[in-house]
Design a protein around this ligand. Sequence first.
Ligand code: PMP
Ligand code: GLN
Length: 375
Amino acid sequence: MSKLPNVTTSIFTVMSKMATEYNAINLSQGFPNFPVDERLTDIVSRLAKENVHQYTPMAGHPPLMNKIATLTQSSYNRTINPDTELLVTAGATQGIFTTILALVKENDEVIILDPSYDSYESPVLLCKAKPVRVALNDDYTPNWERIEKACSAKTRMMIINNPHNPTGKILTENDFIQLKNLLEKYPDIIILSDEVYEYITFEEKHISAHTKDFLLDRCVMVSSFGKSFHITGWKIGYTIAPEHLMKEIKKVHQFLVYSVNSISQFAISEYLDIVDVNLLGKFYQEKRDYFQKLLKNSRFELKACEGTYFQVASYANISDEDDVTFCKNLIIDHGVAAIPISTFYSDHKDQKLIRFCFAKDDFTLESAAKKLSEI
Ligand code: PMP
Ligand code: GLN
């Protein structure tokens, strides 16, 4: 008997594989295609010959942990104790999985907003807990009335993703006020805040869970250096949680991976001394603006994008096909790969929307836009 009967191969794998097969321009799975900062690759080259190849301590390479604490302080004015409140993980994915496995029990309920990134539901099911999907509003803002109706004494956790994949939406001060009101009524609910795109916001500033006092004692925050340093393949992220939750998370972590890739941790630790994460928003804002400009005369209708490196587009003016079929044909007939938005919904709601990743060099964006504008 399958423990996850409804799980199939991830749409990111399916679309990237098809893009390779058909030699299409891959704007589907989210990863940058431009070179990594040479200062970082230089650090790796030098470190490779040094004594960096054995296990780090379980929770992470201590200098890296201190620098993550410094980063959290400078970005959000939050002081964390790296010894008790921080864990370096194999990407945010492992942080999410480990957190859910450690904190959610059988028959608990976990609120997951719809649409959502695909990593949340399976770990909940593996805990024999119940994912409770709550639809976002049509403009992708959280519907706090619906969320409150979905909460009960069984609710153990609510997962928020800010900035949001796939919609590029970010939470507002008002959302946090609503969340505070909700949590006052439900003192046992903990928040899992997936903030992997925390440094990729544009006109509006990112509001992190770190900055909200009412969350500090009941929120697990996950982030990823994959997004912040254009190194998705390194799979290094981190999780910050109050000690009473982190104690439980570490218990699972030590048997899931024990510790994560050593040389990457050493390299990121050194890189954090010289890199400025605050430049990332501007960098991707220019990419977003350029991509939007390139598609201006196409028949795609582009939705607002406040953060992340994803652009949602409607093809309702182009085709009646469902979005999965449209994406497959887009690869086969037009040589561009995208992600169908229905795959982020629990009921696979087709709205003729697809997601493009614009974390690409200008030539790739120009070549893709040329093809997309000819449709
Ligand atoms: N959360 C979200 C919202 C993501 O988009 C991703 C990956 N793209 C992850 C988590 C996983 O991050 P990582 O690759 O560091 O595991
Ligand atoms: N998070 C990436 C995206 O949204 C994909 C990561 C993966 O393939 N699991 O495209």
